[in-house]
Design a protein around this ligand. Structure first.
Ligand code: ADP
Ligand code: ZN
Length: 755
């Protein structure tokens, strides 16, 4: 187009013009992008990354949308104009928009939804921003020609500062009223303006003394390499592989510092803040200008923190999932601690894995990303050495050569045969616990179930009491005397007899839970001070923190809990860790269960004896000594990985494929089944017809077959790699086979749990 008056160019059809248009994605409802023209009066305001209101649908009802691009291109007069612009500032910069578009494609999620998820609600509503009125002197107004002394004073101050002066300052300095300023505006002497300004962001800085030790050789090398990649601005995925206590955190800190020194920002992601307060405190104390994004922040604090990050005032961002979207304008490094953790997966659309989004962000920004772990996910492990950009750096041993604890195995089937009565703790476990306590040291006992006696069962017909909504076993809670469903939170008063009227046998409690273990401990060790940590007792973060503080101060001797206590605890006095039931993860219907067991046992045994030699660990299991346990007890990740990778390869599961899980649900069992079959068949046919690189497994009844009163069926879409999976999903979405606004269909790419 060479015509200069492009905006009014008419072609032969009389309909096509060229001019600025906005491409938008709807916040709610439909998938896809839509184009609108930009009316002249909004020309300077519409920008990618801001929200707009546009007329939508046949009735042209106003709908909120994200503007994702502004372009000059031909358009026809049938295009409608943008109605209004919602945000003054862009909520997402170009890099984050690109990341959002990738998420929308890769995780098969509507773009509007993906973009909204990147900007917390409080930021969208600009909580904490206050209106600031400023004034400027109008041109050509001569203060000396003004009679009133007060007005003269105002004009004199304003003439000194061309950028304008705030109302508050004027009122104070010139001793004038707001009414006088308004009168001066009316008289044409000054002009007022309202700006939205953030209040100061919350301060997280708690500087502490630097440790005095010298880095060891492995740490120095690791830091050097990460820092040089960061300096050269190259994309690298660095697996920092080292057992707990090998000094990984120190490497994070120094590598982050090296990028801060060059004026850039760094993000550190942790799986769960409430459970890792020690680590967060320790990290935060080593930096200045820190932002910690956690669930305890109010909306206002969150919004102000966000905007301080965007202005570059906060230079270190520490947080969980959402912190990966921190709007750092000048990001130099991302660190993902405990990269294998399942809690990095977002369990609502967009169902992203924070670690993988971090990798993508690093790639878009040409920076390194460090993944730290003692037990990396098999995907990450496998990628190192096979894919370009992936590098493995190992920190081989514990600092100062501290040995890893000795791990013993107790086969609970044998143990139960040898001792009458029901004991959750084996003789060996009791022995070591007694020894630990008599030495005045601390112990941690871990198991996978909350509550008291997990289940209720009929003594005659052996039927368990199940949740009427979800069809999973109800968990009995001693404290309330109620049974509770841990999926839908339904509660019921425990019936006295079996629900089957033809049986009516007496109900008995069986299984084990944290409460049962606590009770047994109190009986066997009446003198010990015992604390229990699980999500039933720890309803608030502060309760958890109190409990940890007490344990850390050695006001309690034994900590009993679910795996939530396995993460990130660093207690030098813990000399004994018991895993009460390492078998429950093995009974999960999931190809990752062996990996989970390995991670859990390794992680907890890392908790024993961090400070001094001589930590002991006992692992009890009803399922025998599985390979995962055998390798975990020897702290031998590499052999476990080799063993497990071989199995995965044989059966074609990740890392040898990528999965998308599609769940169809309905109130009616038959409808759910029918629709799942229909969808799976249609997709299968489409794949065959267009030779798409994927296959379909299923459908079948989902392991959690009934959830919140919905019947669920699922099937898997499997492709050889991520690019092929994305290609397949793109195609299915584009051809209308996967409708993402349908309520009864859920698409989960790279699922971490197949429940
Ligand atoms: P990880 O993150 O791998 O569990 P940390 O970085 O927390 O390991 O290190 C474990 C402990 O050793 C911490 O108390 C840390 O301060 C200390 N530490 C780290 N590096 C060194 C070193 N080079 N010399 C002495 N102590 C160190
Ligand atoms: Zn019965």
């Amino acid at each position: 187009m060479t015509n200069q008056k492009q905006t009014t160019l008419w072609t032969e059809s009389g309909e096509v013009r060229v001019g600025p248009v906005a491409r938008v994605a709807m916040l709610a409802g439909v998938d896809g992008q839509f184009t609108y023209t930009i009316p002249d009066h909004l020309a300077g305001e519409v920008a990618a990354g801001k929200r707009v209101v546009v007329p939508f649908g046949r009735t042209a009802r106003p709908a909120a949308a994200f503007c994702v691009a502004v372009a000059r291109e031909p358009w026809t007069s049938t295009l409608r104009p943008v109605g209004e612009v919602v945000d003054e500032e862009r909520l997402l910069n170009d890099e984050l928009l690109e990341l959002g578009e990738w998420m929308s494609r890769y995780y098969c999620c509507r773009l509007g939804k993906a973009l909204s998820a990147m900007v917390p609600e409080a930021i969208r509503s600009q909580s904490g921003f206050r209106a600031v009125h400023t004034y400027r002197a109008n041109e050509g107004v001569d203060p000396s020609a003004v009679k009133s002394a007060k007005r003269r004073a105002v004009l004199t101050v304003l003439n000194e500062r061309a950028e304008g002066v705030s109302q508050d300052e004027l009122i104070e300095r010139c001793a004038v009223t707001r009414a006088l300023l308004t009168a001066m505006v009316k008289a044409g002497q000054i002009t007022g303006q309202v700006r939205k300004e953030p209040a100061p962001a919350p301060d997280f800085d708690r500087p502490a003394d630097e440790p005095t030790f010298d880095l060891n050789e492995a740490q120095r090398k690791a830091i050097e390499r990460i820092a040089s990649w960061a300096a050269e601005e190259v994309f690298r995925v660095v697996l920092l592989f080292g057992v707990s206590g090998s000094g990984k955190t120190e490497v994070y800190i120094r590598a982050m510092r090296s990028v801060l020194e060059r004026g850039r920002q760094a993000i550190l992601l942790v799986p769960e803040i409430a459970l890792t307060t020690q680590i967060v405190d320790r990290l935060a104390s080593r930096f200045r200008s820190v932002a910690v994004i956690h669930s305890g922040l109010t909306g206002v604090q969150r919004s102000l923190t966000w905007s301080a990050i965007a202005r570059g005032e906060k230079r270190v961002v520490i947080g969980t999932r959402s912190a990966v979207f921190a709007p750092c304008p000048n990001l130099g490094l991302i660190v993902v601690d405990e990269e294998q953790e399942g809690s990095y997966k977002n369990q609502q659309a967009p169902r992203f894995n924070t670690r993988d989004v971090a990798i993508k962000r690093a790639q878009l920004g040409s920076i390194p990303v460090v993944l730290g772990s003692a037990t990396p996910s098999l995907e990450t492990w496998y990628n190192c050495g096979r894919r370009p950009h992936f590098e493995r750096i190992a920190l081989a041993s514990r600092i100062e050569g501290l040995p890893l604890p000795a791990v013993e195995f107790v086969d609970m089937k044998l143990a139960q045969r040898e001792r009458p009565g029901l004991h959750l703790l084996s003789v060996r476990c009791e022995e070591l616990l007694r020894e630990t306590l008599s030495q005045g040291r601390q112990a941690v006992l871990l198991l996978n179930r909350r509550g008291y006696a997990s289940y209720l069962m009929c003594s005659r017909c052996r039927q368990a009491v199940v949740c009427p909504n979800c069809r999973v076993n109800m968990v009995f809670h001693q404290t309330t005397g109620q049974a509770m469903c841990h999926y839908c939170q339904a509660r019921m008063v425990v019936p006295a007899r079996c629900g089957d009227p033809s049986c009516a046998g007496a109900l008995v409690r069986w299984g084990m839970g944290t409460q049962r273990v606590e009770e047994e401990l109190r009986k066997k060790f009446p003198e010990a001070r015992i604390a229990r940590a699980d999500s039933d007792t720890m309803l608030r973060t502060s309760q958890y923190e109190d409990l940890l503080r007490a344990f850390s101060a050695h006001e309690t001797d034994v900590l009993v809990g679910t795996q939530m206590i396995a993460k990130g605890l660093d207690f030098p006095e813990v000399a004994f860790v018991g895993v009460v039931n390492a078998d429950t993860t093995l009974s999960m219907p999931d190809f990752r269960s062996a990996e989970r067991t390995f991670q859990l046992v390794t992680q907890v045994s890392g908790r024993a004896g961090r400070a001094e030699a001589g930590g002991r660990v006992v692992v009890q299991s009803l399922a025998g000594l599985t390979p995962a346990l055998r390798f975990a007890m020897k702290h031998d990740y590499e052999s476990f990985a080799r063993h497990e990778v071989e199995i995965r390869q044989r059966i074609g599961w990740p890392p040898f494929s990528r999965l998308a899980r599609i769940v169809v649900s309905d109130r009616s069992h038959d409808t759910a089944l029918h629709e799942a079959r229909q969808l799976a068949d249609a997709i299968r046919e489409h794949i065959g017809k267009h030779r798409l690189p994927a296959d379909v497994l299923g459908p079948q009844s989902a392991p959690l077959a009934r959830l919140r009163n919905m019947y669920r069926f699922d099937f898997l879409l499997r492709s050889p790699n991520a690019a092929r999976l994305m290609e397949t999903l793109d195609r299915l979405r584009g051809d209308g086979l996967l409708r993402l606004n349908a309520r009864n269909i859920l698409v989960d790419v790279d699922p971490v749990s197949l429940l």
